[in-house]
Write a protein that binds this ligand. Structure first.
Ligand SMILES: CCCCCCCCCCCCCC(=O)SCCNC(=O)CCNC(=O)[C@H](O)C(C)(C)COP(=O)(O)OP(=O)(O)OC[C@H]1O[C@@H](n2cnc3c(N)ncnc32)[C@H](O)[C@@H]1OP(=O)(O)O
Ligand SMILES: Cc1cc2nc3c(=O)[nH]c(=O)nc-3n(C[C@H](O)[C@H](O)[C@H](O)COP(=O)(O)OP(=O)(O)OC[C@H]3O[C@@H](n4cnc5c(N)ncnc54)[C@H](O)[C@@H]3O)c2cc1C
Length: 627
């Protein structure tokens, strides 16, 4: 696809930095650009029909990040509204709504979270009560806490949305289901009667996403507006349950899978900026007779940055692998086979949190690695952090998701002890977890991570059982053990991340030139060694590492940093981000960071006049003692 063509369209990139616009202007500018971007992208994609969905998504994601530093108000239309129609609609509903949504005849969002509940979906309070006399659902927000709160684009952009609401038929609740709801008039864009809409206000990031609130006052929609692929309500009010109520959560699983590759991209961007800047920035004079070195030559700087390069590769490989699993499970679900859904859910509940936790921490480290200039918004590291840390919370708060994964792991372990077979990515739990002599090879360390996971899972299951034996209810035992349950999930997630990164690289190794293979495998080695040192306590406890082994591992780590140093700039150049996509004074390809900082500073509205009017109004009288 022609990224260059997209980015050269006039008006897509901002002349005035967004941060100098008011809240309202930011929104209006983002809408103008969203429309232009949609038209441009469509014409570009039409020329590239052969490209597969995953490449298309990645391309869109990267180009979008250049045009919208703080994300687009159409974001939810593409990432959740359309996927929910696809995943939850009947054939007829898909046919009708997809045509309208794909052509942008309607703009939609996904309204699930409420003021009172986000995590606990079964606690949602928005009501959809079926009225068999009129064959309609009556949508109602009975209390303030039932107002929808957060959906992107909901405030002033979307005219339709998918509302997740509790279905009532003849006084009986039938759980949470998706409803297609028109919220604004298609001609005037006014909110429809019985619908209260607005924007939720300024946030840490996402300030151009137009996140909104929504309340209903007995608003009626026809029966065919319930998305009925899974569960159905017949005309007379008969409820037909779906094969698994959790299929209603399908869009969330899809987005959790996408988030892993999104984190790989965000981290790649941040480290490209910080690393290029580290190559031109010179500071201090360790040797009196020599010039100031590039800060990239300080090993502490390499320690901050090289792991971010390796982590981006690791997330990318894991994301592609997870995408394949998602794809094949989706095909199975379509043919009614549900067996592998729990494993997909558990995997997404490990990899979404770990990728967002690591990316958030490493992007912040990239900012810190740029010293004072990293703090400038024009460096584009603060905004990148804002986007990454949002993903820590959205699409399932990370602690909550790790506890979901723990639920599957505990179940698997208990079953294994009872003799039930383990399958898929949990099959390794049946392996040997006895302490052996330390094996410091890459495969040996990965094996140690698996042992750590087995031991943490088995240990927390024992804790849970002991609590229950002492008289605690299963729920209280679970809560009491939850710190260690999340630790067990993290250990499992680390074992998956490490082993998939290594095995996916091995698969590709054969087609790489020997020098490239060498460098990419150094990154794998660095990643594995870094995490062994980060988790040295676990290695001591469960994998019999000795102080001598740790010493060796530390030396190996330092040697790897030295080996990667000559290729470090090449490695970030290989991410192949155009300057427009990095959008950073510090990270441009030509290294003219100081010139760019000054050029950007001159765009500050305060620099338009030499004396600001507040001097005459306040400062002068104040300094003369007249105020
Ligand atoms: C274009 C590229 C863009 C890329 C970037 C994208 C950016 C996009 C921007 C997005 C912006 C942000 C947009 C947004 O933020 S949209 C809002 C997102 N909101 C959330 O993610 C809410 C998080 N909460 C939940 O998911 C659930 O309520 C949890 C999971 C916490 C519990 O749930 P609940 O209380 O109802 O369940 P339970 O505890 O009774 O039962 C648990 C049982 O159910 C199974 N189970 C649970 N869940 C699933 C599942 N999904 N598939 C299959 N199975 C599932 C589970 O294994 C267990 O099974 P078992 O053990 O009993 O056998
Ligand atoms: C930038 C952004 C965009 C968003 N976009 C959308 C959108 O488009 N559509 C939409 O519907 N929603 C959206 N959301 C909402 C988002 O999905 C929720 O905020 C998220 O799922 C977390 O739920 P919560 O806010 O209820 O947090 P809470 O669940 O209240 O979490 C607060 C704390 O309680 C802890 N906690 C909660 N439950 C448990 C538990 N069972 N065990 C242990 N600890 C627990 C959490 O770990 C956390 O520390 C968005 C949020 C953000 C930040």
């Amino acid at each position: 696809m022609d990224e260059q063509k997209v980015l050269s369209i006039k008006g897509l990139l901002d002349d005035t930095p967004e941060e100098y616009l008011s809240h309202k202007e930011k929104y209006e500018n983002s809408i103008r650009k969203s429309v232009l971007f949609y038209k441009t992208l469509h014409s570009t994609e039409d020329e590239n029909m052969s490209v597969d969905e995953k490449t298309k998504l990645n391309f869109r994601n990267i180009v979008t990040s250049a045009i919208f530093k703080d994300n687009s108000p159409f974001m939810l239309h593409n990432s959740m509204f359309i996927p929910t129609i696809m995943g939850q609609g009947t054939d007829e509903q898909r046919e009708y709504w997809m045509k309208r949504a794909k052509n942008m005849e309607i703009i939609g969002t996904y309204a699930q979270t409420e003021l009172g509940h986000g995590t606990f979906i079964r606690g949602l309070e928005t009501q959809a009560t079926y009225d068999p006399d009129t064959e309609e659902f009556v949508l109602h927000s009975p209390v303030l806490s039932s107002y929808k709160w957060w959906p992107g684009g909901l405030a002033h952009t979307a005219n339709y949305c998918i509302v997740m609401a509790r279905l009532y038929i003849k006084g009986k609740s039938h759980g949470i289901h998706p409803f297609m709801v028109q919220i604004r008039d298609e001609e005037t864009h006014m909110p429809l009667p019985g619908i209260k809409l607005g924007e939720i206000g300024a946030k840490l990031g996402f300030n151009t996403v137009n996140n909104g609130f929504l309340g209903f006052e007995n608003h009626r929609i026809s029966r065919d507006r319930m998305l009925m692929k899974n569960a159905q309500v017949l005309k007379d009010g008969t409820f037909v349950a779906g094969s698994n109520s959790k299929l209603t959560y399908g869009t969330m699983v899809y987005v959790r899978v996408l988030i892993v590759s999104n984190m790989a991209n965000m981290l790649a961007k941040a480290v490209t900026i910080a690393l290029r800047y580290s190559a031109i920035r010179r500071q201090s004079q360790p040797k009196p007779d020599e010039p100031e070195p590039q800060i990239l030559d300080y090993v502490t700087q390499q320690h901050k940055l090289f792991i971010a390069i390796a982590s981006s590769h690791a997330f990318y490989m894991n994301a592609m692998w997870l995408w394949e699993i998602y794809y094949s499970v989706s095909l199975q679900l379509a043919s009614g086979k549900l067996d592998n859904l729990p494993e997909l859910h558990a995997l997404a509940c490990c990899l979404k949190p770990l990728s967002t936790i690591d990316a958030t921490a490493m992007i912040e480290k990239c900012r810190l690695a740029c010293g004072g200039h990293g703090y400038m918004l024009s460096a584009n590291l603060a905004q990148t952090y804002g986007l990454a840390t949002a993903a820590y919370t959205y699409e399932g708060e990370n602690t909550v998701l790790l506890l979901q994964a723990a639920r599957s792991l505990v179940k698997a372990w208990v079953g294994h002890v009872k003799g039930r077979p383990l399958k898929g990515t949990m099959a390794y739990l049946a392996g040997d977890s006895t302490v052996k002599a330390w094996d410091g090879s890459i495969d040996g360390i990965i094996q140690s991570f698996k042992v750590v996971a087995i031991r943490k899972i088995s240990s927390v299951v024992k804790i849970l059982q002991d609590y229950e034996k002492s008289g605690l209810s299963p729920e209280d035992a679970w809560n009491k053990a939850s710190v260690f349950l999340t630790a067990a999930s993290e250990a499992h997630g680390r074992a998956v991340l490490l082993s998939v990164y290594k095995s996916e690289m091995d698969k590709r190794a054969a087609v790489l030139s020997p020098p490239l293979r060498k460098v990419l495998l150094q990154l794998v080695d660095l990643y594995v060694t870094y995490w062994a040192l980060e988790k040295v306590g676990d290695m001591l406890l469960y994998a019999s590492i000795t102080d001598k082994d740790v010493d060796e591992l530390q030396r190996r780590y330092i040697e790897l940093l030295a080996a990667i140093r000559p290729n470090a700039v090449g490695l970030v150049d290989a991410f192949d981000f155009r300057d427009e996509i990095l959008n950073s004074t510090l990270g441009a390809y030509d290294g003219r960071a100081y010139e760019r900082l000054m050029e950007e500073a001159m765009k500050s509205p305060l620099n338009a006049e030499p004396v600001n009017q507040t001097f005459h109004k306040y400062l002068k009288p104040f300094m003369r003692g007249k105020l």
